[in-house]
Design a protein around this ligand. Structure first.
Ligand code: KG4
Ligand code: ZN
Length: 351
């Protein structure tokens, strides 16, 4: 048995039900269920998602507790995602965690979902979670997920948003462009796989790359991609399957090139404005191979230390919520403290 806090973490902000148990330096057990029910709707249906979380949480908690080697009465605190996310989904996680913490008479800690994503890079490495956090700092983090695209400067004292999208998030655009090709939601990873068989033959806009800061915009690229695809549909009406396969792959490669190159421009712009030499990318889109390859080449050339979460912790999971909670515990951050100074903060109180 390890010494120090043992924290049960629950993540239910969108369409992943996730539970994890963490000690002060290790992931003891974790479980994740990605809801499949939404694929045919082209996006997450909030009511279905919330009810599914409710149905699955009890058995998943029992399962991870058993795998962790601890019992409920050994827990030090219960952590959960308090936002941002789908209201019904967050409520399920919140009330489940609240019930458990009240029954066990232990503290309940609400974690900001984006703080969780930031902490996901700490899952690689060794030492206690707070030692890993200290080694990461100071760091500029790019969060690129289905709901958010923002640059956050992370120091021991605070999180500062230093640039963000004015409209769509990067993952959202991946999903919407994938949908044009008939790829079911969430289509980002499948679109990227398709792009590997194609060539960059179409020119798409790279929005805001002339701005020397972290301000981003992706809705224009999304519209230009749709118009291009509609033009290709018309121009190649009646073409063979073989021709269409190549067209789809070339379209995917051209889109991926445009959006990743735009991100690289923005990353370089933000890093030119700061003396910080640590850079991390987190969130679902950080799993993207083209982005990682471009980042590796850039960081090596610039002498910047680049951090990524392992692929399993790029998309939503409870381990990241558990790490955030462990770091806050170690830093002595109390429950009445403002959780994180990021925009889009949920108004719900931290219990
Ligand atoms: O972080 P996440 O699980 O959920 C949010 O908090 O939004 O991110 C999910 C997003 C989806 O839009 C998904 O298509 C995208 O991440 N994604 C990818 C890849 N893997 C996941 N986008 C591009 N390339 C990938 N390999
Ligand atoms: Zn997320």
């Amino acid at each position: 048995m390890t010494e120090g806090p043992v924290i049960l973490a629950i993540e239910t902000s969108c369409d992943e039900t996730a539970v994890a148990v963490l000690s002060k330096d290790s992931i003891l057990a974790q479980s994740l269920y990605s809801q499949q029910e939404h694929a045919s709707y082209g996006g997450v249906v909030p009511e279905i998602a919330a009810r599914d979380h409710q149905a699955r949480l009890p058995a998943m908690v029992e399962d991870v507790m058993q795998k962790s080697g601890y019992s409920l009465k050994d827990l030090t605190e219960v952590a959960y995602t308090h936002g941002p996310g789908l209201a019904g989904c967050l409520l399920v996680g919140h009330y489940y965690a609240l019930g458990l913490a009240s029954g066990l008479q232990i503290p309940l800690r609400g974690i900001h979902h984006l703080e969780g994503h930031i902490m996901s890079v700490l899952s690689l490495g060794s030492g206690t979670w707070s030692e890993r956090f200290d080694a990461l700092l100071p760091c500029v983090v790019l969060i690129v997920s289905g709901g958010h695209s923002q640059f956050v400067e992370v120091t021991r004292q605070k999180y500062t948003v230093v640039g963000e999208t004015q409209d769509d998030a990067v993952g959202e655009v991946f999903d919407k462009v994938a949908r044009l090709l008939g790829i079911p939601y969430p289509g980002g990873a499948a679109l990227s796989k398709l792009a590997r068989g194609g060539q960059v033959v179409y020119t798409l806009p790279k929005p805001m790359i002339d701005r020397s800061d972290g301000t981003m915009s992706f809705s224009g690229l999304k519209t230009a991609s749709r118009l291009l695809w509609e033009r290709l549909l018309k121009e190649h009406n009646g073409a063979s399957d073989e021709v269409w396969q190549q067209l789809r792959a070339d379209f995917a490669a051209s889109f991926e090139h445009a959006i990743i190159d735009t991100l690289m421009h923005k990353i370089r712009a933000v890093m030119r404005l700061t003396s910080i030499r640590h850079f991390a990318v987190v969130g679902g889109v950080s799993a993207n191979t083209t982005l990682r390859n471009s980042l590796n080449a850039w960081s090596e050339a610039e002498g910047i230390q680049a951090y990524y979460p392992p692929l399993v912790y790029c998309t939503d999971n409870a381990v990241m919520i558990g790490i955030a909670s462990q770091v806050r515990y170690a830093l002595g951050a109390h429950r009445d403290e403002p959780n994180i100074r990021l925009r889009l903060q949920l108004q719900a109180p931290i219990v």
